[in-house]
Design a protein around this ligand. Structure first.
Ligand code: GDP
Length: 331
């Protein structure tokens, strides 16, 4: 087990890419125990100089889009190039289902067997601050352990896409062609966030539908504001099952990285992400501390009740809460 006295040793073992140490460090980061959280902060501080070199990749898609199949083909392709690949699968549904539906190694058998790969499911457990609260830090551990590409995978539902986009360098949205109603499936958010859109299952009888979908995505991309002046989001197609089109996806991601690095934009994006992370967590922490005060919690719930019973308008309720805060905490 990792402790204060073994911290330096843990860092050394991590840097030697010891898998057991990496797994232990991840468990520590995910622990809610206050002592473990303090240790986690120390560990993250200690590894910080050894992070930042990996390509941080986010991949989302609806269940069944072929994420696991794609990651198996994509990951093994990178490993053949001599790269080391980590996959962190964030499962935003886990608070409800209680189990992890992502990061299931049985669907990435070849990748899971490889010494150059590390796959880790990261159940979100409904954390305040979102599913990706820990994914970012688990990714940093992988970077310290020398992984070249760190992939954060999640289901494309709710807030998870926005959250993933805020912790990776390159955001890949895996899509499939629908039955002619693709336009409905094109979410504006995706078009604004994705750096690369990959339409999977471009095989057999799907081919025409995929071509139509590709055209629709390309047209839709023309009417949304782009994230970066230096990058025009690309739409690609592949068949993860038949392992076709995977090279092109990787090449496009490499082009993205080159553009973003040479312009200095990547460094800027990472800085902004860290600041955004700090702000979001500060807000969450401030709220947690506030509601842990019995007096405030009681006052808030009394006000809430009054709003519910139409005795106060929400606006008047807010004013009361604001006055309470000013008198009791900020006087
Ligand atoms: P996930 O839920 O997004 O991880 O999707 P999976 O990788 O588990 O794939 C869901 C289903 O789609 C499985 O039955 C796969 O075999 C199938 N599938 C995945 N990729 C392809 C593909 O490129 N072509 C075809 N035809 N089927 C695919």
């Amino acid at each position: 087990m990792i402790s204060e006295s073994t911290l330096a040793d843990t860092v050394r073992r991590l840097r030697q890419a010891e898998r057991a140490t990496l797994a232990q460090a991840m468990t520590l980061i995910e622990s809610q125990h206050p002592r473990h959280q303090t240790l986690s902060t120390q560990l993250l501080d200690a590894i910080m100089p050894f992070t930042g070199n990996a390509l941080r990749l986010g991949i989302t898609g609806t269940p069944g889009a072929g994420k696991s199949t794609f990651l198996e083909a994509f990951g093994t392709r990178l490993i053949r190039d001599g790269l080391r690949v980590a996959v962190i699968a964030v499962d935003p549904s886990s608070p409800i289902s209680g189990g992890s539906i992502l990061g299931d190694k049985t669907r990435m058998t070849e990748l899971a067997r490889s010494d150059a790969a590390f796959i880790r499911p990261a159940p979100s457990r409904g954390h305040l601050g979102g599913a990706c609260l820990h994914a970012r830090e688990l990714g940093l551990l992988c970077e310290a352990a020398g992984f070249d590409v760190v992939i954060i995978e999640t289901v494309g539902v709710g807030q998870s896409e926005t959250e993933i986009a805020q912790i990776v360098d390159c955001f890949v949205s895996l899509q499939i062609a629908g039955g002619g109603d693709d336009l409905q499936g094109i979410k504006k958010g995706i078009m604004e966030m994705a750096d690369v859109i990959v339409i999977n299952k471009d095989d057999g009888e799907n081919h025409n539908r995929v071509a139509i979908a590709r055209h629709m995505y390309e047209s839709a991309l023309h009417i949304v504001r782009h994230k970066y002046a230096e990058w025009q989001p690309q739409v690609l197609t592949c068949s993860a099952l038949e392992k076709r089109g995977i090279d092109e996806v990787w090449q496009t991601i490499c082009d993205f990285r080159t553009q973003m690095t040479s312009s200095g934009r990547l460094q800027q994006v990472r800085q902004l992400q860290e600041i955004a992370w700090l702000q979001k967590q500060t807000e969450a922490e401030a709220l947690r501390l506030l509601f842990s005060r019995d007096d405030f919690d009681r006052y808030y719930h009394l006000t809430q009740q009054a709003v519910k019973n139409n005795r106060l308008s929400p606006r008047a309720g807010l004013q009361r809460i604001s006055e309470y805060l000013q008198n009791h905490y900020f006087a």
